[in-house]
Design a binder for this molecule. Structure first.
Ligand code: FMN
Length: 391
């Protein structure tokens, strides 16, 4: 388990979680990494740590470079336990270390680890800390994606350590973006953004303004690969995501018990395609809601279908809606649809959630009793066409 020198005197000493497939609610088919960075200067500094069960892996990498008891500063950019999980053990090994974090970070770390004897250095946004030939500059980025979040910038190395921002869940032998390739990283960065960062677009924009003023040639996040070749490609993409900018395309998400709602979904697809709108279809029994979020990130029209079950929508659909309500995608055009037997509350409830989220709903929700007939499907197709013309 070797460390990787990413800049002269700066090492990746993180850990690779090859087997992780589920991360607080979203699926991670490629696993992930927890990235920690060791800076060897007059003051030995470790930026972030790894999930608790991978502590030994990180430690073995650190030991190949320095004696861990010599660590002077431990920077905690973010309290969440995938990055702070090994803070207690490092503080035990390096009792003289100062724990550098934001004031909110100090509060959060105290709440999680119940340690009163840690020597905290709570830094303000913009504050600098000299560690010898380098200066660490800390910038708070609250709610990207917790209140304590901050980034660490090292001007002498043109290096930004932004913690979760620009992260992606990829485990692999390559540490750098160009070793993995744009398509995979772009997809994983999109999934990460859609499932973690999407609600905080305004804060991301502010953070991007700050980043835009910095001289940077490397961005080393806390998950996945390090950006060095695709920085100029990912920055504008992040801007688009932060601004809820979407493409002229539609996403149809549905569940069904006896296929009536599916037939409506297919007719809507045909109508949208008539209008020249590309369509992605997602069936809630076979696609995980976190994967669907990646499609939703760039789709302008979102059509969601549910039959009525016991006076409401299907639980799979309500779980999906609960998830997207929290992630707050904006500037979307919505259409609810479904099949029912007598009361018909399912599609009605979906439409109400779309309104609550502030989506435009130019067409009334579609609700068809039992199995839709040919004529009904023709009118659904026409509705799809009409919606497509407005996207
Ligand atoms: C267990 C069960 C409960 C149902 N409850 C309701 C209900 O409360 N209100 C209603 O309008 N229809 C209800 N229905 C009827 C379905 O909504 C109807 O069969 C519909 O066409 C199913 O659409 P699907 O083929 O897309 O699953 C129920 C059906 C089942 C199987």
């Amino acid at each position: 388990m070797k460390p990787v020198e990413i800049k002269p005197g700066i090492y990746w000493v993180g850990a690779i979680d090859w087997n992780l497939r589920y991360f607080h609610g979203y699926v991670t088919p490629r696993g992930t990494t927890y990235n920690a960075y060791l800076i060897v200067d007059d003051k030995i500094t470790l930026v972030d740590t790894v999930k608790h069960y991978l502590f030994d892996e990180m430690l073995s990498r650190i030991k190949k470079i320095v004696d861990p008891s010599k660590i002077d500063y431990l920077v905690s950019n973010h309290v969440e336990m995938d990055h702070s999980g090994s803070v207690p053990k490092i503080m035990e090994l390096a009792p003289g270390a100062k724990l550098v974090t934001s004031p909110q970070g100090q509060k959060g770390l105290k709440r999680y680890y119940k340690k009163d004897d840690w020597d905290f250095l709570a830094v303000k946004s913009g504050e600098e800390l000299s560690i010898g030939s380098r200066t660490l500059k800390f910038v708070h980025v609250p709610m990207v994606h917790w209140p304590d979040s901050m980034v660490t910038y090292i001007p002498q190395d043109k290096l930004l350590l932004p913690n979760d921002a620009f992260g992606q869940h990829i485990a692999g032998d390559g540490r750098f973006d160009d070793e993995v390739g744009w398509d995979i990283i772009h997809e994983e960065a999109a999934t990460y953004y859609a499932n973690i960062v999407l609600p905080y677009g305004d804060n991301v924009n502010k953070a991007l303004d700050v980043v835009g003023r910095l001289d940077i040639d490397m961005i080393a996040p806390s998950h996945g690969v390090i950006w060095r070749s695709y920085i100029q490609k990912i920055l504008p993409v992040y801007r688009r995501w932060a601004g809820n900018e979407t493409d002229k395309k539609a996403l149809i998400v549905y569940d069904t018990m006896w296929d009536s709602t599916k037939r409506i979904a297919l007719a809507l697809r045909d109508g949208l395609e008539d209008a020249g709108v590309p369509v992605t279809m997602r069936f809630l029994q076979t696609s995980h809601i976190s994967e669907i979020m990646t499609d939703l990130l760039t789709a302008r029209a979102i059509l969601i279908g549910s039959p009525t079950l016991n006076n409401g929508m299907l639980p799979t659909v309500s779980a999906f809606l609960t998830y997207i309500k929290g992630l707050r995608p904006k500037k979307r055009i919505g259409l609810a649809f479904g099949s029912y037997g007598w009361g018909g509350q399912g599609a009605k409830e979906v439409a109400a959630v779309m309104k609550e989220m502030g989506w435009e709903t130019p067409l009334d929700f579609i609700n068809i009793q039992y199995l839709p007939g040919d004529e009904e499907l023709e009118s659904v197709r026409a509705a799809g066409r009409k919606l497509g013309e407005q996207i």
